[in-house]
Write a protein that binds this ligand. Structure first.
Ligand SMILES: [Zn+2]
Ligand SMILES: [Zn+2]
Length: 149
């Protein structure tokens, strides 16, 4: 997949939910891809969307010791925060690229989403989420863990 030219040389930061792990990235980045594979379903609870960049362009600026790497298959591992258990990273064992979850990003200049992969791995009842309409909700989570109306 091609890099997004608009992200070349740009700086991005991110963190997990609790803030123990912080990252810095330098573009170019590949666009977000929404993955529906069974490994993402089991580890993230639903779809998992991530951007990709060469590993050397990703720096864990805080909390490297707080990243727990889990071998989710015989070819890849996933990085979770030991404190809040957010799934942050995906790394193919034989690739020089790292995937970083959309949820980690603080800023999104030039970023875009390319599309879905492995959508047919999802149960039939929820594999066509594009067709759904937005719903009003009473509560939503905030980044400090509270809930607001
Ligand atoms: Zn955390
Ligand atoms: Zn997946």
């Amino acid at each position: 997949m091609d890099f997004i030219e608009e992200t070349r040389g740009r700086h991005y930061t991110g963190s997990c939910h609790c803030g123990a792990v912080k990252i810095a990235m330098v573009g170019p980045l590949r666009p977000f891809v929404v993955c529906h594979c069974t490994d993402c379903l089991r580890t993230a609870g639903y779809t998992w969307a991530a951007a990709q960049l060469p590993h050397e362009q990703l720096e864990i600026t805080q909390g490297n010791e707080n990243v727990d790497w889990y071998a989710s298959s015989n070819f890849a591992k996933r990085g979770f925060c030991k404190t809040c258990h957010a799934q942050m990273f995906f790394k193919d064992n034989d690739s020089d690229f790292a995937s970083v979850s959309v949820g980690m990003f603080d800023n999104f200049e030039g970023m875009k989403t390319a599309g879905h992969i492995f959508r047919n791995s999802m149960p039939d009842c929820c594999h066509k989420i594009d067709d759904l309409s937005d719903m009003d909700v009473e509560f939503y989570a905030t980044s400090d863990g509270g809930a607001q109306t």
